[in-house]
Design a protein around this ligand. Structure first.
Ligand code: NI
Length: 231
C-alpha cells in the first residue's frame, strides 16, 4: 500500500481521495491548471490569425450584418503622410483599389490580427492583388509617428502603407470613412492608453468609390474572394 502511494503522481499523495484536488479524474482539475488556459488562448490566437475570426465576434452574425448593411457610402478626401514621410491624398491612389483600415500601432489585440488578415487577403489574390493598395490609417497620431508606422508596416506586409497626420487631418480622414475612435484613460504614464475604434476594412474602387466593407472576424480567404470579384 505504501509502495502504491509512492507511485502516485505528484499532488495525489495526501488528502487527494477520489474527486479531490489531486485526482486526475477530477473534472475541475483542468480548469484549475493555468497551462491549459495558456494553451487554449494560444490555439484561439493561432486560429484567429491564420484562419479568420472567432465565431460570434464582435456580436452575433445578424448584429454584424445589420451594422454592416448600414455602411453604404464611406470614403472621401484625406490629406495624410505615409510611413516613408511622403504626403498622400486619396488622389494618390486613383486607378487602384484601396483596402483601408483604421487602427493604431499600440493596439494590443484587434489591430494586429486585422492587419495580418488584410496582408494575407492581399497575398492570396496573387498577382492581381497588386491592384489593391492596403492602407493602415492611424487613429493615434500622437504616438504613431512616421517612424513608428515605418516599423509597424514592415512587420505586416511589404506593400502595406501606414498613414498618419495631424490630429485634425486624422479626424477628417476618420470622419470621411465614418470611423469612430476615442482615447481611453491613461494608465501608468501619459503615453500609456488604449484607443477604442471602429475595426472595419473598407474596399474602395479605382475611382475612390466605396465598394464593400469587411468586418472584424472575416477570414482572409473570404476577403480575398470578395475582392477578387472586382479585379
Ligand atoms: Ni485596434
Amino acid at each position: 500500500m505504501d509502495f502504491l502511494r509512492l507511485q502516485r503522481p505528484r499532488g495525489g499523495g495526501s488528502g487527494g481521495g477520489p474527486g479531490g484536488p489531486g485526482d486526475p479524474n477530477d473534472p475541475h482539475r483542468l480548469r484549475r491548471n493555468p497551462l491549459v488556459w495558456i494553451a487554449v488562448l494560444g490555439a484561439i490566437i493561432l486560429y484567429t490569425v491564420y484562419d479568420g475570426g472567432l465565431p460570434g465576434m464582435p456580436g452575433s452574425e445578424d448584429e454584424t450584418r445589420r451594422r454592416i448593411d448600414q455602411i453604404t457610402d464611406v470614403g472621401g478626401p484625406f490629406e495624410l503622410t505615409d510611413h516613408n514621410g511622403r504626403a498622400v491624398t486619396e488622389q494618390s491612389f486613383r486607378g487602384r483599389y484601396m483596402l483601408v483600415y483604421f487602427g493604431y500601432t499600440w493596439c494590443p489585440d484587434v489591430c494586429p490580427i486585422d492587419v495580418l488578415v488584410m496582408g494575407q487577403a492581399v497575398e492570396m489574390l496573387g498577382q492581381v492583388g497588386d491592384q489593391v493598395q492596403p492602407l493602415f490609417i492611424t487613429v493615434d497620431p500622437a504616438r504613431d509617428t512616421v517612424d513608428a508606422l515605418a516599423i509597424y508596416a514592415a512587420n505586416f506586409h511589404a506593400r502595406l502603407l501606414a498613414l498618419t497626420g495631424s490630429e485634425t487631418e486624422v479626424a477628417a480622414a476618420a470622419a470621411a470613412y465614418k470611423v469612430y475612435y476615442g482615447k481611453g484613460e491613461e494608465a501608468e504614464s501619459p503615453d500609456d492608453y488604449l484607443v477604442d475604434h471602429t475595426d472595419n476594412m473598407y474596399l474602395m474602387g479605382p475611382d475612390g468609390v466605396f465598394l464593400e466593407v469587411f468586418p472584424h472576424g472575416m477570414r482572409p480567404s473570404e476577403i480575398a474572394h470578395a475582392i477578387g470579384q472586382y479585379l
